[in-house]
Every structure is written in structure tokens, then in C-alpha cells.
Design a protein around this ligand. Sequence first.
Ligand code: KDG
Length: 327
Amino acid sequence: MSDIRPADVVTIGESMVLFQPMSEGPLAYAPLFTRSLAGAESNVAIGLSRLGLSVRWISRLGADPFGDFVLATLAGEGVDVSLVERDAGYPTAVYFKEFKGYGDPNVYYYRKGSAVSQWTPGHVNLRWFDNASHLHVTGITPALGPATAETVRKAMVEARAMGLTVSFDPNLRRKLWSEEKARKTLLSLIPLCDIFMPGLEEAEFLAGPMTEEAYGAHFLTMGTGVVVLKLGEEGSIGFTPQAAVRVKPHVVKRVIDTVGAGDAFAAGFLSAWLTSAGEDDEPRLRQALERANLLGALATQYRGDWEGLPKLDEVRRLQAGARETTR
Ligand code: KDG
């Protein structure tokens, strides 16, 4: 019998310490910062854990105080971090946000030479997928270099060979790689996943201009079983070979911070999709997209990439239209 805690979902990727200025305006003049952590895959891990799923996060961190902080925070969120490696030779990565007061925040990465950037396919360990049902990866770790891209590819292949299903969010980060490399690598990973989750802009980047319905059909023919197209303020659409479902957005009054909304969406979708196997595609997609839209919207209501993620009882209350008791 395996000694590893069972996991509904395994996520693999880099998390960084995040410094957010306490004021809006150019980063060059920001004197005070709050410290948190961020990373697309650990954002999803926290989201899923808060919704009651068991989650294992696979990564590498420096043997440094920032690594201790990342590990302790994720463990505090109930995420299994027991297979995370520490590397005394390379640091935990850092990133900064800049709030301009309008639009998406700017981000500045300090992640070259980080512990995760040393990943090679030889590091992929079948224990990562032991006692687990699903793997979630994104296009951010492949953007760190050719070896990390091959690491993620191998992880997807091995996970599937061990019977896990795989979801893939392309999470295009233009600051990390050239458009040419990004397009080639991201396209090559799509046939290795069961659930592909691009935003509309990413779909266009990968496949050229098409209608939303044509994106669904196009990515399904690449071999994935489900396509989830994020439309931002317009909601989302899900496609399987049997069904296509469009769901309206969850409307919010004001947006504070958009970073992390896609990961919240992914956590919302996966939490509902993975726990409703056996149901018909149409109601299953609808339910998963409704929860995904809600989580994506809630994530924009707080500064920080995951702090605004709700617990399951809050999701149920909001979906039932219950009024919040604040005092
Ligand atoms: O999706 C949000 C992530 O982009 C953020 O949390 C940090 O992983 C990150 C990245 O590389 O940008």
C-alpha cells in the first residue's frame, strides 16, 4: 500500500514569494510592500483545497526562508507538500506587482536560476502520481526553459499512463518566452490533456482568429476531451464532443486585482467537473462553468492571487442567492 496521502488532484509548478506595493503607482516609488506567495498551480491547489478536494502540490524551492514561507503557507491551506524538494544551490523565486490604478497589474519576475528552473525530465518521479486521480498543469512552468517544458511534458505523459486525467491551462506569459516558442510548445502539449482551458485571447494566439464555437471544435480535434473557453466579462463556454454550453458571467461591481482569476476559474471548474463523473455532459458542464465563473469573479475582489478564493459553504450560499450576514 502507498504511504502517500491520496489526492484528488496533483498540481505541478513554480510558486514565488509575491511582494505587492501598499500604494498604487509606479513600482519605482513604492516604499512599502506586503508579502504573500503566488504561482498559478499553487493558486489552483489552494482553491481546490478550500472547496474540499485533497490536493498534492509538486515543486522545488530554495533551502531558504522564502521557501519555508511558501511551504508553510500551502501546508496551512491543507495542501499536501510532502513531495516538494528543497535545493540549497538555487533560490526560491520572487515576483512583484505594480498596481497602476487601471487595467491589469504589471508583474516583474525575479525567477531566472530559481530552484524550479533547474527541473529536468529526470526529476519526474512516479510517486508524484501515486494514489491520485487528476493532474493539473499550466503553460507557465514550460515557459521557464526547454528543460522545464520537457519536465511538464513527461509529467503529463506519465500521469496519463498511470490512469490520471490531465487538465492544462495555457496561461500565456509573454514576459517569459518568445511568441514563437510559446505557440509551438503550448500547441504540442494540448494533445496530452483531457481538459484544455484557454482564455479567448490565448485561443486566438494558438489557433488564429475563429468564432468561439470553431475554437471548441478545433481544440477537440487536437485530442482533448473537454474545451473550456474563458470569455472574461462575457462568461465562459464549455465544449465536449456531445455538448456545448455557454454560461453567463457572475457580475461584480468593481474589480480590484485580476491576477489569479483564471486559476480561480480553473479551481471552480475542476472541483465541480471532477466530482460529477457519470452525469450527462450538458448539466455537468453547466454546473462546472457556473462555479468557475463565480470563483473567477470572486478572485478579482481582493488584492492577491488566491486570498479571495472561497470555501465550499460560501460558494453554496452565494449560488443559493443567500444574503451575507456581515454583523
Ligand atoms: O495566474 C496567476 C499567476 O500568473 C500568478 O499567481 C503568478 O504563477 C504566476 C506567474 O508565473 O505569473
